[in-house]
Design a protein around this ligand. Structure first.
Ligand SMILES: [Zn+2]
Length: 217
């Protein structure tokens, strides 16, 4: 094999930082990591509407920036790389052993169509890889329906407010139905959407753990 400076560089610095684009050995470089507040996924947190939530980072400058560029500047690969880097902290978490399936928070259908992907699924895919737990079928858990237009306030109408109507398609969850799932989302602030989604899964007989990429603690 002919070894060039480039192949050597690729060998030593195979990754590009998901935030500042510098070539490095991981998907988030040490300089950017030092500006992150990592959260131990072994611990649980209580936020306004949901208790017992697990998270990987606190919602801060760098995380906000990566999310914004992924969601609004059509750069989903930033989220993939970042999720891959921080999901590494899941290794060795014993509570993962009881998880049968990883389920992404379903996206708002309109926003998912417009964006071309669901950020929660991008993160869930990385969590699934690292935890070696299967990722649920894309239609196993969906967000359907919205409040009738006439019941919405003007503000809700203009922001395409969704009332969080969730549907579990049990036949697509297969063997994992009635077992333990890990619901994965990008951000938790109040936890209202997470509570609604978790309630729907519990109503279908699943027990639920929740993991978010970032939490506004
Ligand atoms: Zn960086």
């Amino acid at each position: 094999m002919h070894i060039t400076v480039d192949t050597l560089a690729d060998f030593f610095f195979p990754c590009q930082c998901s935030h500042c684009d510098v070539w490095d050995q991981t998907w988030i470089c040490p300089a950017c990591t030092s500006q992150l507040t990592l959260v131990q996924p072994s611990e649980t947190h209580d936020i306004r509407c949901f208790s017992g939530l697990r998270a990987l980072t606190q919602y801060s400058g760098i995380v906000k920036d990566i999310m914004h560029r992924a969601k609004y500047e059509d750069q989903p690969w930033r989220l993939t790389r970042f999720a891959s880097a921080v999901a590494g902290h899941l290794s060795g978490n014993e509570w993962l052993d009881a998880i049968d399936v990883v389920i992404p928070m379903p996206g708002d259908p309109w926003r998912t169509w417009k964006r071309g992907y669901n950020p929660a699924r991008v993160i869930a895919r990385e969590v699934s890889k690292i935890s070696q737990r299967p990722l649920a079928h894309p239609r196993a858990f969906t967000r359907t329906g919205s409040k009738p237009q006439q019941s919405l306030t003007m503000e809700e109408r203009s922001s395409r407010y969704e009332s969080n109507v969730f549907t579990v398609n049990e036949h697509l969850l297969g063997r994992s139905s009635k077992r333990k799932c890990l619901l994965v989302d990008d951000i938790a602030t109040t936890g209202a959407t997470i509570k609604a989604a978790s309630d729907a899964l519990v109503a279908s007989g699943l027990s639920v753990e929740v993991l978010v990429l970032s939490v506004g603690l």
